[in-house]
Ligand binder design. Structure first.
Ligand SMILES: Nc1nc2c(c(=O)[nH]1)N[C@@H](CN(C=O)c1ccc(C(=O)N[C@@H](CCC(=O)O)C(=O)O)cc1)CN2
Length: 294
């Protein structure tokens, strides 16, 4: 068996085409969707992701603003930048790129975002709405990677209702909110959220119809851990220098041999990453559509 590829690049491109039409409709009503990003420091991954977000905005017709603070920025500097973004009327939505450099309290910073401008769905109010199961597509933004994973599965007709999902990793941007999303009414999966203290991780993964690996441990998920035909989403990524060429290389959490056991497999890169970016654009467009309804 060779797994069907869950192609994030193609799916994200389809979504962007759909968003372009909605953005044109918004503009015809005088609403111009916009996104600002706040990046602190010069983590190479974060620099890449932020640059990608601005490229995506330009591609679909979303205005964007980039605020970069140096790695030496203090927590007071970051708080001041967040305050500015909250108080600038032209900024309708923004994100704080994570991780923040060591020494900053991420949760405290996320809590300072005006929830109505939270394009990432990571403010406690918006995460709280996810916990409460407040329904309605337009009500509040969903965290981008979890939303992207569900959308990728949906567009490839991978069944979710009643399925056993094992999520490996309980981080804020993926594992924790994904568990909530999969158990929401309408998706109705049964979720096991595993982490570094889980006993017999391989045994847990073997029971799963859908496996999501989001830990950043290269090739952790082995082919003999996978139930034949399961859908496997490879989210975690590790940057290493290639031993031969010395060039940077990306390694996912899923071993390449999984392709011959799984029914569906998202490559990494080019799987969930592009979907994360597409869902951010979707959050920005939904926020603009909400502003028309208000
Ligand atoms: N504020 C946030 N911070 C972070 C989030 C987030 O959703 N909000 N998620 C990740 C990083 N991220 C977006 O910010 C992100 C990750 C990966 C990709 C992507 O397209 N990856 C490419 C590979 C590119 C590369 O790594 O060089 C791929 O998978 O094909 C986009 C966005 C953590 N921080």
């Amino acid at each position: 068996m060779t797994a069907i590829t869950l192609d994030g690049v193609k799916t994200a491109s389809d979504i962007k085409a759909e968003l372009r039409d909605r953005i044109a409709a918004l503009r015809s009503h005088g609403v111009v969707p916009g996104l600002a990003t706040l990046l602190v420091g010069n983590d190479p991954g974060s620099e890449t992701y932020v640059a990608g977000k601005h490229r995506d905005c330009a591609e679909v017709g979303i205005e964007s603003l980039r605020i970069d603070l140096p790695g030496s920025a203090t927590s007071a500097d970051v708080r001041a930048a967040i305050n500015d973004l909250n108080n600038t009327r032209e900024v309708t939505g923004y994100i704080i790129q994570l991780p923040l450099p060591v020494g900053h309290n991420e949760n405290a910073m996320l809590e300072l975002i005006d929830p109505s401008k939270d394009a990432d769905g990571l403010h406690p109010t918006n995460l709280g709405r996810l916990v409460l199961g407040i329904e309605g597509e337009l009500r509040s933004p969903l965290p981008c990677t979890p939303a992207g994973i569900v959308e990728l599965l949906r567009r490839y007709d991978v069944p979710i209702v009643g399925k056993k999902v094992v999520v490996v990793g309980r981080g804020l941007t993926v594992g924790r909110p994904l568990g909530l999303l999969f158990t929401r009414k309408g998706l109705d999966a049964t979720v096991t959220l595993t982490h570094s203290r889980t006993v017999d991780l391989a045994g847990e993964v073997r029971r799963a119809d859908i496996v999501v690996a989001a830990v950043g441990v290269p090739h952790l998920i082995q082919a003999d851990w996978i139930k034949p035909g399961a859908a496997v989403l490879d989210v975690g990524i590790t940057r290493v220098a290639d031993e031969v060429t010395g060039k940077g290389r990306l390694i996912g959490d899923v071993h390449p041999d999984v392709v011959s056991v799984a029914g569906h497999l998202s490559p990494n890169p080019r799987g969930v990453g592009p979907m994360t970016r597409a869902m951010l654009l979707s959050n920005v467009v939904k926020a603009a559509e909400r502003s028309l309804l208000a």
